[in-house]
Write a protein that binds this ligand. Sequence first.
Ligand code: GLN
Length: 508
Amino acid sequence: MSLTQQSAVEQSRLLASGEVSSRELTQAYLDNIASRDSEVGAFLRVDPDAALTQADAADAKRKEGETSPLLGLPVAVKDILCERDQLTTCASRMLAEFRPPYDSTVVAKLRAAGAVLLGRTNMDEFAMGGSTEHSAMQLTRNPWDTTRSPGGSSGGAAAAVAADMAPLSIGTDTGGSIRQPAGLCGVVGLKPTYGRVSRFGLIAFASSLDQVGPLARIVPDAALLFQAIAGHDVHDSTSLNESLPNDLLDSLSQPLKGLRLGYVEEHLGEGVDAEVRSAVETAMTQYESLGATMVKLELPHSKYAVATYYVIAPCEASSNLARYDGVHYGHRSSVAEVEQELASERAAGATAIDSTLVRMYRNSRTEAFGAEVKRRIMLGTYALSAGYYDAYYLKALKVRRLIRQDYDKAFEQVDLLVGPVTAAPAMKLGSLDDDPLAMYLVDLFTVGANLAGIPALSLPCGFTESGLPIGLQLQGPPLAEPSLLRAGTMYQNATDWHTRRALGKTTP
Ligand code: GLN
């Protein structure tokens, strides 16, 4: 097995024992990126020299006796987390030239742990989407079938791990953006409990739903990265003051005894692809053979989750994105052109025309936001406006509470919930271009966890006949990441889906 096919946990051991240096490891990934990323398009930016400089620094620290588990391990970061003085674009023309003057807490924690920041990964613009096709920068392809989408919005992060171009990556999940691309690319993704990971320096989409989390090849790798980024942060008042067990990683090898897994029958019914259903059902049987009991239960309000999410998320987005006016932040339309435009309107006899300032705001936003972002801003602004607020936003908040209560009730009966991540495997690129509603429905099984603030894990549980990965989702009560990760490890120890490789033709 080549170095880049090893798990991050194993690479961490090789680094610790001195069998491998961070420079060698980082170079191996840079080589994979150089040979594969022209086909996949996972990375927006990679700076090999900067990565190798960090690798050398990690090797030097190791010599001085430092032992952090992430020391010298390469990590790819979704282009939504601020990195000091480095472009942080959110895959938007609006932020095409934005260089934050500070590090997000997640990036700062990665630096402090000695990780090598390998590069920045592609995403849907402002994380709005489920296919990475809304990126204003480039297309990302699914490494298992390059005519298909990797999912989104953390599509670059998932594709980078799936194609062995990074052992670990950071994504964000507002309605499924870690779990869905992980599922569609055959890798592991964890959306932590709301507040587990600091959002300081995370460019906001929908602040009450956004969470940062890890993507990796195997569950213990995800746990390794999760442990490094989790924790309370004085810069984020919504971050939780809860710590993870120090022995999290060691505890993963102990199977959960008497595990009670709940499932919802409709989530395996109509509308779910037959191959997805059968892979998830097989995974449930495997859990039973590992000693788990299956409990059928109901989440009566889950059928309203997508509708609720697509009111709340756009409302929060419309208010978060108000700051991009070309003055406070973001792309500024040329004032000279604005003045020319206004002069010609005046000359043509127009009376009620904008001031230069208002037209400059308008043009800046018109030019720099993509169609999907504009759609969300319009939806959100509408739902928040006087007269509609009660009918849409307030009602959505009430349904959100009911969804949370459904989960609370479910977790009185079971430890975790099991089901599919998405109803279908990866879609063809371009296939949902003209159908935003169909694209929103892809989020059916993932948005519930965000609305309720609970943690959820996605892991590979099979492949379709045509070779596309299928994802299994486990959801747990707040702060149940240790159990989720243990249950995921239990499954991976008994199965070998996670050992399959994308780009088999090119992987030695
Ligand atoms: N697909 C969902 C959306 O478009 C979720 C995105 C996300 O989690 N960032 O809003």
